[in-house]
Design a binder for this molecule. Structure first.
Ligand SMILES: Cc1ncc(COP(=O)(O)O)c(C=O)c1O
Length: 436
């Protein structure tokens, strides 16, 4: 493997002795490990093919060059351009993951201890981690009992003069009702950060989700609709004045377009809403960039397959009046079908969702509702929150989470798998109704 020269992060121009050699730290054996990891297998046939592959990789090594950069460069830039074209945005920023995107948006808000941030009662801990870490008060909005998304009417009730941010989460990729949220935010001068972790490709009244609030952050973690080799996120903003600083905020505020005396670059604070802030390092790799480019090309196809599976499942389950099925949306409201949400009516089902889940697990159907009431986590007690007092302000959350809600996998499953899932759901409900 040759030692391709890298200018590292500095624009040093043509150099006879480059600053570093990116190709130095991996060789053919490493490349073979990569192929073996990405395409796992065993047995004689597999090993025979691998021997051929290794022979070819060695031949390739003799005539090819490694990339000049592995950290943020042309592939990351290409992924950002593709994200912008797809989302109809400007200045998409590819970052380590969705949580990193949140952190930049939260830092822009210059949050201080005692500031309030409204998040939905049901989401993933990533939504609230940063404001909790800087001493903000988290305020939990109750959820809509069917979509499980933040209820705008409850958000309105919970706004106070200290509210700095509202964070709608499009759970399972189904759109939060954004219009009333944006109206409230504008009226009270509050920033909106869309947690669009599940929602790359979803549409709300003609606009892509994640592009409606002041910020939107998407996740490309391995379980999402599309992934950039396991981890990744894209942050977008509608705050034009912040776009340049947002780019610098990906890497510690470094500015490679300027230099200070006798040095190659400068560092300035990024400018937030009410003052400067210090950025962290949220950089990605070129390999993640490459992965995201390939996946964005297929996003429409992926969503269509998921919609077809959801439609088929709904068709199989529609006669059962104890079930409330995943909303398939419309032209105007298009989910990504990251999850297939299913609610049961405990009275009609003859039992609640805990029993239902037990029966499904016995049948080998995965149904892990890992999005739960955040205020129930131990960490909230550590920071002095009273979980029962909060629960009283979130009655829908308590009812749906503990008694009604579960969700199912909905990717390109085989017809046999979907039929098995439908049969298992119907049989479980039937058993519950018969009390067996
Ligand atoms: C609702 C929600 N928000 C945020 C995240 C965080 O995404 P990431 O893992 O890319 O940081 C997740 C991840 O599963 C999520 O489910």
């Amino acid at each position: 493997m040759k030692k391709k020269a890298s200018d590292f992060r500095y624009n040093t121009g043509e150099a006879r002795v480059p600053w570093a050699a990116v190709g130095e730290n991996y060789n053919v054996e490493d490349m073979m490990s990569f192929i073996r990891f990405m395409m796992q297998g065993s047995g004689e046939d597999y090993e025979a093919i691998m021997r051929d592959v290794e022979r070819d990789v060695r031949k390739l090594d003799a005539i090819s060059e490694p990339p000049a950069k592995l950290s943020v460069d042309v592939m990351v830039a290409k992924a950002e351009t593709m994200a912008d074209e797809y989302l109809n945005t400007k200045g998409s920023l590819f970052v380590t993951n969705c949580t990193a995107g949140f952190e930049i948006a939260y830092k822009y808000a210059n949050l201080e201890p005692g500031d309030e941030v409204i998040v939905p009662a049901i989401t993933f801990v990533a939504t609230m981690a940063y404001p909790l870490s800087v001493g903000c008060k988290l305020v939990f909005a109750d959820v809509d009992p069917i979509t499980l998304n933040m209820d705008p009417a409850d958000v309105a009730r919970k706004i106070t003069p200290r509210t700095r941010m509202i964070v709608p989460v499009h759970i399972g990729g189904y759109p939060v009702d954004m219009d009333p949220i944006m109206e409230l935010a504008r009226k009270h001068d509050i920033l909106v950060l869309e947690d669009a972790a599940h929602a790359f490709g979803a549409v709300y009244h003609g606009r892509k989700l994640g592009t409606i609030g002041d910020f939107g952050s998407f996740s490309f973690h391995e379980v999402k609709n599309i992934t950039s080799f396991g981890e990744g996120g894209v942050l977008v903003t509608n705050i034009e004045a912040f776009r340049d600083d947002m780019r610098r905020a990906r890497f510690l505020g470094a500015d490679f377009t300027r230099s200070i005396k006798d040095w190659l670059y400068d560092v300035s604070a990024c400018q937030g809403k009410r003052g400067p802030f210090v950025a962290g390092n949220y950089s990605t790799t070129e390999i993640q960039g490459l992965g995201l480019c390939r996946q964005i090309e297929r996003i429409e196809e992926i969503i269509n397959v998921r919609r077809m599976v959801a439609t088929y499942l709904n068709d199989r389950l529609k006669e059962c009046d104890a079930l409330i099925l995943q909303d398939l949306g419309s032209e105007d409201i298009r989910p990504t079908f990251h999850l297939y949400k299913l609610l049961i009516d405990p009275e009609k089902a003859g039992g609640d969702v805990q029993l239902f889940k037990k029966k499904l697990t016995q049948r080998g159907v995965t149904n892990i509702p890992h999005f739960g009431p955040l205020y129930r986590f131990n960490i909230m007690r550590t920071y002095g929150y009273d979980e029962d007092a909060i629960a009283e302000t979130c009655p829908n959350c308590e009812e749906v989470f503990y008694h009604r809600f579960t969700h199912f996998p909905i990717y390109g499953l085989t017809k046999e798998q979907v039929d098995y899932m439908a049969d298992s759901i119907l049989e479980s409900i039937d058993e519950m109704q018969r009390g067996v």
